[in-house]
Design a protein. Sequence first.
Length: 76
Amino acid sequence: MLTDYQILHVPENSSMDTIKKAYRNIVKEIHPDVTGGSFKKHLLFIQINKAYQRLISKYKQGKARNKKKPENTVSG
């Protein structure tokens, strides 16, 4: 089974900008309006959208976790 990164043809250490660019390039090629409504391409389009959404969610969750709350320290 392919990973979300493999579906979008990007390395696992890719930045969010790289992922967005790859997603947009792939979608331009296989969008149902461009391909004439091919069912196979439509399913691939859905798979790519889901992979992209999962990666975005993963990125946003990781970003939220990395924000540290200021520690209440007493200096004295």
